[in-house]
Design a protein around this ligand. Structure first.
Ligand code: PLP
Length: 392
C-alpha cells in the first residue's frame, strides 16, 4: 500500500507507544509498574463530569456553533486567562479545540510555511517536532546548560535565531523535565524575541501544577510586544484531569486565531459541545479541586525526586511543575552494558517490569522520563524495583 511521503517521516508518539507496550504486558498477566502515563490518575472532578452529562441530557449534542467554540466556552477561557495569568483576551481572540494537541497543530499550521525554522527547546514534548515537520517547517533544537536544568538563557535563544525563524516554542512548566522558568527568566527570553518578526507558541498546559512556591509568568504577560506575538495555549487535560474529554484552547493575535479557526473548520469542526460545557464548569467554578490535585502531585514530586537522587549513577533536575521526573541515568549505562536511553528502558522493563519513557524521544538520550501520575504505593514499588535493578 502506497502511503503519502509525509507518513514515512512521521514518528509514532513515543509516550503512547510505551503505555501500549506496558498495557500489553499487563494483559499477559505481568505486573508492570508504569511510569509512562502523561495523564493525571485522578477522576475528572464530579462537578465537571456532571456538567458534561447534563449537557448531553439536555441536547447539547449538535455541532459546535461556531466551530471555534460556543460563546460560553470562549468567555470561560477569557475568565481563566484573566484570573490565573493576568492576560486580557476578548472572545474573538480565542479558539476552543479538541485537546491541547490540536491547538498546537493548528497554531503551527497557521503560521509556519515550508522551510520556515521553528525553535524547539530541548528537552521537548514529543509532538512539537513532528507537527512542525508535517507543516514542512524545520525544527531547530537548542538546549540550555545542564547546570540550569536545560533552561535556555537569553544567549542560548539568541544563538539560534535567524531571519528564517518563524516560531519559538516555549513550554513551562516543561514536559518532560518538570522544570519551570521563573518570571525573570521568562522576561529575559521575551526581550530577546520582542524586536523580531516571529511568533511564540507558549504551551502553558501545566501552568496550574507548580510546586514549592514556584512562581510563573505567562509569556504573553511579559509586555506589549510579547502579548502581540504570542499564542497562549492550555487545556482541560492536565489541570482538571480531562485527558479523555479532548478539550483545549488557545488565545492570541486575532489574525492568527482566525487562521486557526479556518483550518479547524476544515479539520474537526471544533470540540464536542458537551465537552465544552464541562470545560465551562471547570474554568468558572471554584478551583479547590485543582489545589487538591496539585498538592498531591507536589508530595509525590518531592518523594520521587529524593529517591531517584539517592540512586547510584542517577542525577535528577528538581521538578518544580507538571508531573514528571527526568533523571540523567547515563551514569549507569556502563555498568548495565547499555549505550542509551532506549536500551536502558527496555532492560528496565524486561528485568524489573518498570515502564519509563526513553529520553531520546524528548531529545536527550542520557535521560528517562518517569511520570508520578500514579499513587504513592505504586511509586514506591516501582522505585524499589528500580533500585534493585541498579544494584543500589
Ligand atoms: N502540550 C504538552 C506539553 C503536553 O504534555 C501535552 C500532553 O501530554 C499536550 C500539549 C497535549 O495535551 P492534550 O491531551 O490536551 O491534547
Amino acid at each position: 500500500m502506497k502511503l503519502a511521503k509525509r507518513m514515512l517521516e512521521l514518528e509514532e508518539s513515543a509516550t503512547l507507544a510505551v503505555s501500549a507496550r506496558a498495557a500489553r504486558m499487563q494483559a499477559d498477566g505481568i505486573h508492570v509498574i508504569s511510569f509512562g502515563a502523561g495523564e493525571p490518575d485522578f477522576p475528572t472532578p464530579t462537578h465537571v463530569a456532571e456538567a458534561g452529562i447534563h449537557a448531553i441530557r439536555s441536547g447539547k449534542t449538535k455541532y459546535s456553533k461556531p466551530a471555534s467554540g460556543v460563546p460560553a466556552a470562549k468567555q470561560a477561557v477569557c475568565t481563566k486567562f484573566a484570573r490565573n495569568n493576568g492576560l486580557s483576551y476578548k472572545p474573538e481572540q480565542v479558539i476552543v479545540t479538541a485537546g491541547g494537541k490540536m491547538a498546537v497543530f493548528l497554531a503551527v499550521h497557521a503560521v509556519v510555511d515550508p522551510g520556515d525554522e521553528v525553535v524547539i527547546p530541548v528537552p521537548f514534548w514529543v509532538s512539537y517536532p513532528e507537527i512542525v515537520k508535517l507543516a514542512g517547517g524545520v525544527p531547530v533544537y537548542v538546549a540550555g546548560s545542564p547546570s540550569r536544568d536545560y533552561k535556555l538563557s537569553p544567549r542560548d535563544l539568541a544563538s539560534v535565531l535567524t531571519p528564517r525563524t518563524r516560531m519559538v516554542v516555549f513550554n513551562s512548566p516543561s514536559n518532560p523535565s518538570g522544570v519551570t522558568y521563573s518570571p525573570e527568566e521568562t522576561h529575559e527570553l521575551a526581550r530577546v524575541v520582542e524586536e523580531r518578526d516571529l511568533v511564540v507558541l507558549s504551551d502553558e498546559i501545566y501552568d496550574q501544577l507548580t510546586f514549592g512556591g514556584q512562581k510563573t509568568l505567562s509569556f504573553a504577560a511579559c509586555g506589549k510586544a510579547a502579548y502581540e506575538q504570542t499564542i497562549t495555549l492550555n487545556a482541560g487535560s492536565k489541570t482538571f484531569s480531562m485527558t479523555g474529554w479532548r478539550i483545549g484552547y488557545a488565545a492570541g493575535p486575532k489574525p492568527i486565531i482566525e487562521a486557526m479557526q479556518k483550518l479547524d473548520s476544515q479539520a474537526t469542526s471544533g470540540a464536542a459541545t458537551f465537552t465544552q460545557a464541562a470545560l465551562v464548569a471547570a474554568l468558572t467554578a471554584d478551583q479547590d479541586c485543582v489545589e487538591t490535585m496539585r498538592a498531591e502531585f507536589e508530595k509525590r514530586a518531592r518523594h520521587m525526586w529524593q529517591r531517584l537522587s539517592a540512586m547510584p549513577g542517577v542525577t535528577c533536575p528538581k521538578p518544580t511543575g507538571a508531573f514528571y521526573c527526568f533523571p540523567d541515568v547515563s551514569g549507569t549505562f556502563a555498568r548495565l552494558g547499555v549505550s542509551g536511553s532506549t536500551a536502558f528502558s527496555s532492560l528496565l522493563l524486561e528485568k524489573a517490569r518498570v515502564a519509563v519513557v526513553p529520553g531520546i524521544a524528548f531529545g536527550l538520550d542520557r535521560h528517562v522520563r518517569l511520570s508520578f501520575a500514579c499513587d504513592l504505593a505504586s511509586i514506591n514499588e516501582g522505585l524499589d524495583r528500580m533500585t534493585g535493578f541498579l544494584g543500589g
